[in-house]
Design a binder for this molecule. Structure first.
Ligand code: HEM
Length: 335
């Protein structure tokens, strides 16, 4: 008599291998598989939920918009946009929150938690933290007056994080233009993407520790209109002394700090960019291409908005080829 439940060991092993290969294929991420209507049937209210929570957060404090936008950037530059930046340290996992550019600096994790709680209440187990962040970053920009773009979704949440990659791949304000461009190129992003995306510094603030080198360095040399730039420099030095005050903050676009516009590029044209890395895009001797882009985005806000939207989609398409899961809690991998 045939025994349908009786398999030999090699057959079982083979079946297990096929199943494993199949599930890996299913999990693997291909950016071309992202689409704006990924949650259309499974969670049509996903975008609405994210938007509402972002409205509350930005109304409470416009800085929250900047925090979320930066989180998405730091997520995408490490293993792809896979929510790895959101993971807390545990006994079995070392997260990215203690990386040089993240520690004492990344904010907005509580906002992500709130959005996730609401998503889980509306559509349990459907929307990933990586997608949540990509949608929330777009909403952050829109809520402060910036451009709208459709966000392709369908990313998976990673089961791992990489502190090492966070330390090596995220650009720092002390790095030169060539290094920063090469870090973007390594992620498939061009110099044009870099200049447009750095336009995100039209909102949010920097800590004194990140711009001290600049204000006690070549600020006076690059600043053009002395009548307005020297009082600004004195104020910066007051807020950011040579010694101490590391966590004191100043806006990177001192003209319109809570508006997503193109005024950030004006700070560079005037030679008063707050971060070394930002001013380099305009003032570096090797910045032929980047300085003309800075001029273009200052002269033509529509060109800036269009390029920023395109570059955000491009950055958001950096996926983690390992695939992953839909985390229940953005801070921890599922058990
Ligand atoms: C081009 C290379 C970049 C460098 C070197 C850089 C560096 C920095 C630094 C040093 C700060 C201040 C952090 C602190 O002092 O705590 C900052 C803030 C910020 N960055 Fe960047 N960044 C870059 C590109 C980007 C990109 C591509 C985005 C987003 C698309 C972005 C979005 C932001 C935002 C919104 C803030 C303000 C955050 C807040 O107020 O909490 N940055 N960045």
């Amino acid at each position: 008599m045939a025994c349908y439940l009786c398999f030999s060991k090699p057959v079982l092993l083979f079946s297990a291998l096929v199943l494993w290969a199949f599930s890996t294929l299913l999990e693997a991420q291909d950016p071309s598989q992202l689409s704006s209507d990924y949650y259309l049937k499974t969670c049509p209210i996903a975008e609405q939920i994210v938007r509402k929570q972002m409205e509350y957060a930005v109304q409470a404090d416009p800085r929250n918009a900047a925090a979320i936008l930066r989180l998405h950037f730091h997520d995408c530059f490490v293993q792809g946009c896979d929510g790895s930046v959101l993971l807390d340290d545990t006994v079995t996992l070392i997260g990215e929150k203690k990386a040089e550019q993240n520690v004492k600096s990344l904010k907005g994790f509580d906002i992500v938690d709130k959005i996730k709680t609401n998503l889980e209440a509306g559509c349990p187990g459907i929307v990933t933290c990586a997608d949540l962040l990509a949608i929330a970053a777009r909403d952050a920009v829109v809520l402060l007056g910036g451009p709208y773009w459709d966000v392709p979704v369908g990313r998976k949440d990673s089961k791992t994080a990489s502190l090492d990659q966070a330390n090596t791949d995220i650009p720092t304000p002390q790095q030169g233009l060539v290094t920063i461009i090469s870090k973007f190129l390594a992620k498939g992003l061009s110099a044009t993407d870099m200049v447009a995306l750095a336009g995100a510094h039209t909102i949010g603030v920097s800590r004194c520790a990140s711009f001290r080198d600049r204000i006690y360095g070549d600020f006076e040399l690059t600043a053009k209109d002395e009548a307005s730039s020297l009082p600004y420099l004195s104020k910066l030095k007051e807020d950011c002394p040579l010694d101490g005050g590391d966590d004191n903050v100043s806006p990177m676009d001192h003209f319109t700090p809570n508006l997503f516009d193109n005024a950030f590029f004006e700070t560079l044209l005037k030679g008063t960019g707050l971060l070394n890395s930002d001013q380099e895009m305009y003032s570096s001797l090797v910045g032929f291409e980047t300085s003309s882009l800075v001029e273009k985005y200052w002269a033509d806000p529509v060109a800036f908005f269009n390029q920023f939207s395109d570059s955000m989609v491009k950055m958001g398409n950096i996926t983690n080829p390992e695939g992953g899961e839909v985390r229940k809690n953005c801070r921890f991998v599922n058990t």
